[in-house]
Each structure stands twice: as C-alpha cells, then as structure tokens.
Design a protein around this ligand. Structure first.
Ligand SMILES: N[C@@H](CCC(=O)N[C@@H](CS)C(=O)NCC(=O)O)C(=O)O
Length: 213
C-alpha cells in the first residue's frame, strides 16, 4: 500500500514582513531533509473560518494532514514526521529520548522566552524586561553547544530544525555568542533549509498576483 500523502497547510498569503519566517518552514525543512513527498494546501489569511478552526483551534498555521490524521502545533507535526524517518530522529531509545527532550526544550525553554521578548521589543522600549531571562537561556544553550555540533544524539536531528528556526529570528542574532552563531550557521547552511525558505517565499509571492494592490 502506498503511504498517505502528507499535506502541509499554511496561509494562502501573508504580508511581506513574516515571509521566510512563517512556521510552516519547520515542516517544509523536515520533509525535505527526510525526502518525504508532500503537497501544500492553504487556508485564508484574511478570513479564518470554522474549517480552519476545526483543524487549528487558535486559527494559526501550520498544520499537517497525513491521510486521516490532522495535527497542529509545529512541534507535534515535527515529531510526527520524525517518526517516519531516521534522518530526523534516531531509532535507538536513548537517541530518540535525547531528540524528544531537546525538541521540547526548544519550544518550552527557549521559544517561550524568545517570542515574548521579541514581541515586547517591537514597541522599542528603552529596556526589555525579558533581556535577562532570554540571555540566561541563550548562555546555557551556548554552554551546551560549545562542545558539540548538534543538540541531540551526536548528530543532526529534528530538534536542530526547531532550535535553529527559533534562533534565526533577526532580532536575536546580535545576542548570540560565538557558539550559538556557529551552530546557527552550521544548521542553516544545510541545503534543505535553503530549499524550504525558497519554497515558502515562492508560495507567498505567487499569491501576490491574485490580490488587489
Ligand atoms: N505554537 C504554534 C504557533 C504557530 C504560530 O505562531 N503561527 C503563526 C505563523 S508563524 C500564525 O499563524 N500567526 C497568526 C496568528 O497568530 O493569528 C506552532 O508552533 O505551531
């Protein structure tokens, strides 16, 4: 039996600023790394209806369909994909556990600080009250990556896809010390990342044509 086709769901269009950073890139990147064929389907950005809410209760993207399965949350989608390919997560129990813990650390120990920090920074306060919290997390992460190339299991995994996507937010770059900057360069220089980014940019650019200017 042929495996069910994976479908990545994203918005039909977004304004230019977030292009290249919409979280569907995490899933694109993972599927390209793993050689998992997928199609892209869309929900309206401007008009988030009940169909969208039924599959992503916060009216966000991405979400993923795999045959009769629908998943939301980029982390959950990445773990679902990782179950399909050893490229994304080792099969031995210790390597798998290491990958799981670092993927959750990306979401729950780094992104949980970096997103509110970024959001507060948009209003350009004189000081950001989350600077200290963020820098402490980045410093601890840099300590880990000072002595190894990848987060988990001694090799590239889906945890690196997630962590690199969290760290590559432009506002964060100046706060990354040498180990994190080197880690980010190493991870983002993978051809699958470049492909995923180009694909996302092309997807949203193609939608410009159909919109009133
Ligand atoms: N925790 C969610 C966050 C998803 C998220 O923030 N999606 C953004 C695009 S990158 C979105 O849909 N933003 C529109 C909105 O929140 O209304 C995940 O990781 O999937």
């Amino acid at each position: 039996m042929r495996p069910a086709m994976l479908t990545l769901w994203t918005y039909d269009w977004v304004p230019p600023p977030p292009r290249g950073h919409v979280r569907d890139i995490r899933l694109r990147w993972a599927m390209i790394e793993a050689g998992l064929p997928y199609t892209v389907a869309t929900v309206p950005f401007d008009n988030r209806g009940p169909d969208h809410l039924a599959r992503q209760p916060f009216a966000q993207v991405p979400f993923l369909t795999d045959g009769g399965i629908t998943l939301f949350e980029s982390g959950a989608c990445l773990l679902h994909l990782a179950e399909k390919s050893e490229t994304l997560m080792p099969r031995d129990p210790a390597g798998r556990a290491d990958t799981l813990q670092w993927l959750i650390a990306g979401l729950n120990s780094v992104e949980m600080v970096s997103v509110p920090w970024w959001f507060i920074g948009l209003s350009r306060p004189e000081t950001n009250p989350l600077d200290g919290w963020l820098d402490q997390r980045l410093m601890r992460l840099a300590d880990v990556l000072a002595s190894r190339d990848w987060l988990a299991a001694g090799r590239f995994t889906v945890a690196d896809i997630l962590m690199a996507d969290i760290l590559r937010v432009p506002a964060l770059r100046p706060r990354l010390g040498p180990p994190l900057a080197a880690y980010l360069d190493r991870t983002l220089s993978r051809p699958a990342f470049d492909q995923a980014r180009q694909d996302q940019l092309a997807h949203f650019a193609a939608a410009d044509a159909g919109r009133p200017s």
